[in-house]
Design a protein around this ligand. Structure first.
Ligand SMILES: *Cc1c(COP(=O)(O)O)cnc(C)c1O
Length: 359
């Protein structure tokens, strides 16, 4: 066969998403993909309906209005923002523009499964760095940097761990990495963390840090596919060269703009999540199940071993509840459980208590 794909492509293992269907249950309780249990903001839904009138028009190519809205809400510089088809697309632009054959892309032990996929798609070599007690280890990352390193992808707060490292540790990393390396801070869960700007201040103070954010999690718009990045202007200029001019539709732009402007709804979701994730962790600990403090919209329940996690997962499915097995992220003994609304949280915890024979 003389038709062959580029080097690295056939090494890519297909991404496996959270399950959404369960046989015998018409509407299962889905706590497997870190979605917002309250759905999108009502303002976003109104914008969705209004956008129907513009379907025959090509969308904006520069996303100026959405970037201005993001900049206003987060107090950022609109010229340093780039919008993409989910933050996944922004993460992809970075790999495409800055890594290639012979280059190394660092990600951490329990990091997002997309990072090695994006590295290989660019022809580069993914390098996995160990974490320490389920936390990103800055010294281990520094020790793994070589002359071939081009990108470091970090999720903070981490998924599926829910743990986070402080801004001071990230600043220490950004200061110490080699000159040719970009530090990418994947901030999919930043809104759920307290007192953390996702690294926006580091982006502004340095030339080597990029932050990505998404509308898929706190804004409840995972089905819309929209995210954004914040980067030094020179890097935004590079990324925009590979971005398709019409990568985002009128509908995506209008709905996302309405969602980010509805700060009251965002705050409601943030506060409910903060309250319920503490409650879930306390209940898990009381049931004898290990669980770190979470800074995101899920908790990682760690059972005695893989067999117990599998048995609990099966028991939850029997009751029409979907959570996420995370063996692929280095936790065969773990179940990642999205923080639902209050009835959803109670239902999953009650089911786990029954499984443990404690109810
Ligand atoms: C959910 C998630 C994202 C968001 O991806 P989108 O493409 O914006 O939907 C990014 N990174 C991590 C670690 C995530 O868990």
């Amino acid at each position: 066969m003389s038709i062959t794909p580029q080097p690295g492509i056939m090494d890519i293992a297909l991404y496996v998403g959270g399950q959404s269907k369960l046989e015998g249950h018409a509407s299962p309780l889905k706590l497997s993909s870190n979605e917002n249990p309250y759905g999108p903001s009502p303002q976003a839904l109104s914008a969705l309906q209004r956008s129907a009138a513009t379907l025959h028009r090509y969308p904006s190519t520069d996303h100026a209005e959405l970037r201005a809205a993001i900049a206003r809400v987060h107090d950022l510089d609109a010229d340093r923002i780039i919008c993409g088809v989910g933050s996944d697309e922004v993460l992809q632009f970075i790999a495409q523009c800055y890594a290639g054959p012979g280059d190394e892309v660092i990600h951490t032990e329990h990091g997002f499964a997309m990072y090695p996929i994006l590295a290989r798609a660019a022809g580069a070599t993914p390098i996995e760095v160990a974490e320490r007690e389920r936390r990103v280890d800055v010294d281990a990352i520094l020790a793994a940097c070589t002359e071939a390193t081009r990108i470091i992808y970090l999720t903070n707060p981490g998924n599926p761990t829910g743990t986070m490292i402080p801004l001071s540790e990230i600043a220490r990393l950004a200061d110490a990495i080699p000159d040719q390396v970009i530090l990418v801070l994947d901030g999919a869960y930043v809104e759920f963390a307290e007192g953390y700007d996702g690294g926006a201040s580091l982006v502004e103070a340095r030339g080597n840090v990029v932050m990505t954010r998404t509308f898929s999690k706190i804004h409840g718009l995972g089905g819309l596919r929209i995210g954004w990045g914040y980067a030094p202007r020179e890097i935004v200029d590079v990324l925009n060269r590979v971005r398709q001019p019409f990568n985002l539709s009128n509908t995506q732009l209008a709905v996302a703009e309405a969602a980010i402007r509805d700060t009251g709804f965002t705050e409601h979701c943030r506060a409910e999540n903060a309250r319920l994730r503490v409650w879930m962790r306390e209940r898990l600990l009381a049931l004898g199940i290990a669980c770190d403090e979470s800074h995101a919209n899920y908790v990682l329940a760690r059972f005695a071993d893989e067999a117990e996690a599998a048995a609990c997962d099966a028991a939850l499915r029997e009751e029409g509840i979907l959570v996420r097995r995370v063996g692929g992220y280095g936790f065969p003994e773990g179940l990642r459980i999205t923080v639902g609304d209050e009835p959803g949280c109670k239902r999953v915890i009650d089911a786990i208590a029954r499984f443990r024979g404690a109810a």
